[in-house]
Design a protein around this ligand. Sequence first.
Ligand code: CP
Length: 316
Amino acid sequence: MKQFISVDDVPSVPRLVDIALDYKKQPFSDKALGANKTLGMIFLNPSLRTRLSTQVAAKNLGMEVVVFNIDKEGWQLEMNDGAIMNGNTTEHVKEAAAVMGQYFDILAIRTFPGLKDKESDYTEKYINQFIKYAGVPVLSLESATLHPLQSLTDIITMKEQWQQPRRPKVVMTWAPHVKPLPQAVPNSFAQWVNAWGEADFVITHPEGYELDEKFTGNATIEYNQDKALQDADFVYVKNWSSYKDYGKITCTDSSWMVTNDKLKGTNQAKVMHCLPVRRNVVIADEVLDGPQSIVIPEAGNRVWAAQAVLSQILKG
Ligand code: CP
């Protein structure tokens, strides 16, 4: 792999999942692969899981890791080519990315959307500028519209949890939140479930929360959450802000929160969430603390997803 920005960079999703599960069994089997290589991890936004799991994964492969919270510790970056830099920005991404490309063998970046300008967010301006100027492979730690390391983790988790010969029913449900959140996780989850191709896939959300069809593909869209959850094997819970009324919260209906009552019609579904999760707003305590929640092993699998991706980039 030359970069990891979306599922389109992956030659085979099932193969990448198998590589990740092999690393889960033998974390240090490729300890020599990353020797004398350095991963630079650049954060423009906060992170717990992505930051720590990717560092552990890189170390399992023998890599050195440098973490840079560029939003707090770096110069303010200018992202627009041709800009007259007489305002607040101090350093152009042309130099910043190119310089970091001199120091690191792989550059990993987290950059959230502004949620104000749909076109700017959906052209992935930030991460594309780093790709353009870094001169080394770029790995997304979550970009404006996609979170591929999370989605690979989610496929790995479903694959290892599902032991039956029939296809699982996977339902991604919108849930309420107090802040407008990006569409990156649901876009990406939809994209990866479709590329995986081993599940019957339903998406449920209030009207007005439709995601771009380029991600949802042939998934069934069902506006009635109870109907959607019927016979579900996996329930993937996530809030996102409106794509149509871009970046806005247009529904605050708390009845969309996932509770034990909501799960009654499912096939004792396993409940997933990328975390962090706001308890008793998005998912009730009784679910997160109950036997159907797999959010902790799901987060644990972030290491193996990152290790699989790094290994494939190191192998070129
Ligand atoms: N799920 C996820 O990406 O978690 P962090 O934002 O803590 O990295």
